[in-house]
Design a binder for this molecule. Structure first.
Ligand SMILES: Cc1cc2nc3c(=O)[nH]c(=O)nc-3n(C[C@H](O)[C@H](O)[C@H](O)COP(=O)(O)OP(=O)(O)OC[C@H]3O[C@@H](n4cnc5c(N)ncnc54)[C@H](O)[C@@H]3O)c2cc1C
Length: 237
């Protein structure tokens, strides 16, 4: 365990004990270790992994949502996309069983609002990791609307047991408000009253969906919107 800088963030190290291809570009990476036991990493948590030299501190940190956490065993599963550019993507491409991963944990923006009248989910494949992890914990009786976007049908994350939403496909286009997700959200016939929306992924698409829902009269506090990445920017948190 190490403490970094003034923020006194606690860095933990886990060993990579399992790797599985979930889609052709998305790996499930399981980290294990004593330092990972008995934490409160549940809904809405992500970790920031050092994907480059520790000396570069924040410039080498990249964020990944906690997909599954087993505090008794000290296991964390991440679903990590190889998208081509950036030290994070390269780390995921090269990672192998036996490697170490040092990271800090962060409680992010997403919170489950149990009293919501329904939930609206919108994300491309990296945002879908965070939103599906939340969805596992939604009250069972609540209606869930929304859509996800991936490059091709093979890149769509598998459905959670008994839970499904439509996927739309970019077919090689870069993710943007024109690549399909925003259109799919606009086509949804929403109930008259606002629900709670969870939106994650490519920045401009997130902001377009946020503006659309605000224009429809949804209160700001019903919108949990988290841009995950943006063309030309690095390491968003
Ligand atoms: C809170 C949070 C949770 C996240 N959870 C996950 C997760 O569970 N799984 C996951 O795979 N990702 C997740 N991400 C997204 C991931 O952190 C970013 O994609 C990150 O930019 C990857 O780092 P990098 O070094 O590969 O690219 P960077 O160096 O950060 O970016 C370099 C360039 O690569 C391009 N780029 C970056 N990300 C993508 C992308 N996803 N698709 C296409 N092009 C991209 C952009 O053009 C960018 O300018 C999360 C992000 C945040 C903020």
């Amino acid at each position: 365990m190490a403490v970094f800088g003034k923020e006194k963030l606690i860095g933990r190290t886990g060993k990579v004990v399992e790797i599985e291809m979930v889609t052709p570009h998305m790996k499930r990476v399981r980290l294990a270790g004593k330092e990972l036991r008995h934490q409160n990493w549940g809904q809405g948590h992500h970790i920031r992994i050092f994907v480059d030299s520790l000396l570069k501190l924040h410039d080498s940190l990249r964020s990944y949502s906690v997909w599954h956490y087993d505090g008794e065993e000290g296991l964390v599963d991440l679903l990590m996309l190889v998208h081509g550019e950036g030290p994070g993507s390269k780390w995921v491409e090269k990672v192998k069983v036996g490697d170490s991963a040092t990271f800090i944990s962060v409680l992010g923006r997403f919170r489950i609002i149990p009293e919501a009248s329904y939930y609206l989910l919108a994300a491309e494949e990296t945002g879908a990791v965070a939103l599906q992890a939340l969805w596992k914990n939604f009250p069972a009786e609540k209606k869930v609307l929304g859509a996800f976007e991936a490059d091709t049908p093979e890149d769509a994350l598998p459905d959670l047991p008994g839970k499904t939403l439509p996927w739309v496909y970019r077919q090689g286009k870069p993710a943007s408000p024109e690549s399909g997700l925003f259109e799919a959200i606009k086509k949804i016939e929403l109930p008259p009253e606002p629900g709670v929306a969870y939106v994650a992924g490519e920045t401009k698409t997130c902001l377009a969906i946020r503006s659309y829902l605000l224009e429809k009269g949804w209160p700001k506090q019903n919108l949990q919107v988290k841009p995950f990445w943006e063309a030309g920017r690095t390491g968003l948190d």
